[in-house]
Design a protein around this ligand. Structure first.
Ligand code: MLT
Length: 260
């Protein structure tokens, strides 16, 4: 792991491979290590860069409120530090929200887009209220209730026990205060439909066929906003973390997409 200091905060990232830059942003309440099958076998000719969002993994939270724009701004500072003008940018779920925020903040930096088990829309009032309830519970009771609520939804029912255990351990290691702040940050994220409809680069949308958090209809909506030029890959036997649950299918699709 390498790190930068941004506004006095440590911001950690992993970097493997050489060639076309690909920035991948992780979901909630995970860390960049949730891309382990991609970090272990990055696509040929790809320089894969995977940070921990502020407040997660080894990256310090700092004093400011979390937001998708804050995650995206940190990632832009990282691209600057690595002297990368344009990168393929992608993310899983909350990481997808942050990738779309980055596209909104600085579209010139995004050469290609990879949206994995995520959605373009903002939360409705009921969704915002649920996020606030999650945040309040995290602050009152710590991480366990969130882990117990999320684990049944993250992976398909046939996921191997070893994978389940590894994902659960990652969730349990999340800092409850940061997770509460990220829950509130997701509640206030902007709608990204327009920014997707304006994106002219190549895009890939991926969804696990058994994703119950951001199901296929959300993926189809994003693919349609991306002007029909965008392939929609549905991965059988995968839930919400399709890059982890079916890494061969995922890595193959990513390699093919980045080779175009
Ligand atoms: C995630 O996996 O990042 C979150 O479940 C996304 C969300 O709750 O919207």
């Amino acid at each position: 792991m390498a790190h930068l200091t941004i506004d006095g905060r440590a911001y950690h990232y992993r970097e493997v491979g050489e060639g076309q830059p690909l920035l991948l942003l992780h979901g909630f309440p995970l860390t960049g290590a949730s891309f382990w099958p991609q970090l272990d076998a990055p696509p040929n000719g790809v320089r894969l860069i995977v940070p921990d969002h502020r407040g997660f993994g080894q990256s310090a939270r700092g004093d400011d409120a979390l937001s998708m724009d804050a995650f995206a701004s940190d990632a832009l500072v990282l691209l600057d530090a690595l002297q990368i003008t344009r990168a393929a940018v992608g993310g899983v779920s909350m990481g997808g929200y942050a990738a779309m925020a980055l596209l909104r903040l600085d579209p010139a930096r995004v050469s290609k887009l990879v949206l994995i088990d995520t959605q373009a829309g903002a939360d409705d009032a009921a969704g915002k209220a649920r996020r606030e309830a999650v945040a309040v519970e995290l602050e009152a009771k710590g991480i366990s209730p969130l882990v117990e609520a999320m684990m049944p939804k993250l992976l398909s029912k046939n996921a191997p026990e070893a994978l389940r255990g590894r994902v659960e351990a990652m969730l349990r290691s999340a800092d409850p205060t940061s997770a509460a702040a990220a829950s509130r940050a997701m509640a206030t994220r902007e709608d990204s439909k327009e920014i997707l409809s304006r994106f002219a680069g190549a895009a890939l949308v991926v969804v696990g066929a058994d994703d119950v958090i951001t199901p296929r209809a959300k993926a189809k909506e994003m693919a349609e906003l991306l002007e029909g030029s965008c392939p929609l890959l549905e991965i059988d036997g995968a839930g919400h973390l399709s890059n982890l649950e079916k890494p061969e299918a995922f890595n193959h699709a990513l390699s093919e997409f980045l080779a175009i």
